[in-house]
Design a protein around this ligand. Sequence first.
Ligand SMILES: [Zn+2]
Length: 195
Amino acid sequence: MAKLYFYYSSMNAGKSIRLLQSSFNYRERGMDTILYTFKFDNRFGDAKISSRVGLDAPANTFDPELNIFADVLKKKTPKTACILVDEAQFLTKNHVRELCRVVDELDIPVLAYGLRSDFLGEPFEGSMYLLVLADELVEVKTICHCGKKAIMNAKFDANKKIIRNGEQIDIGGNEKYAPLCRKHFVDGVIDGPVN
Ligand SMILES: [Zn+2]
């Protein structure tokens, strides 16, 4: 029986590299995978999933209008062994339900990778419903500058001051987000002596 997996973490924990590794493993054994990532406003044409260590792979995109179940039905072949979703925090509630149908009706496993919470400490819609509906929850761990497990994502400005307001979706990397433990997120301490 196929399952829905949710790999969740804070920023920079290596989710995309794990996704690309899983896809590679399937393909190495002669099976096919279908990859999805979020369609950012500023990206057109063919999307790809990139990792910080330099690996990348072409991917389909999802936006709130897409019915992922219908899209998988259209794209799947007899060799399709797995659906992999990056930036899964940006899925809608409906998307998550559609992915459940991919698992339950098509018997194709779905591996979704995403952030548990946003920089305000609020849940993302996609992650919230994945936490509710996934068969398997897997935490991808990374650490705060203090060495404790990072469970929050802090957004900061040019002066390394934590930002506590703004839109939930604001794409960026190391230059504006940092994984922090809960205490340092609450205290707003972006950097520590260790880092
Ligand atoms: Zn800390």
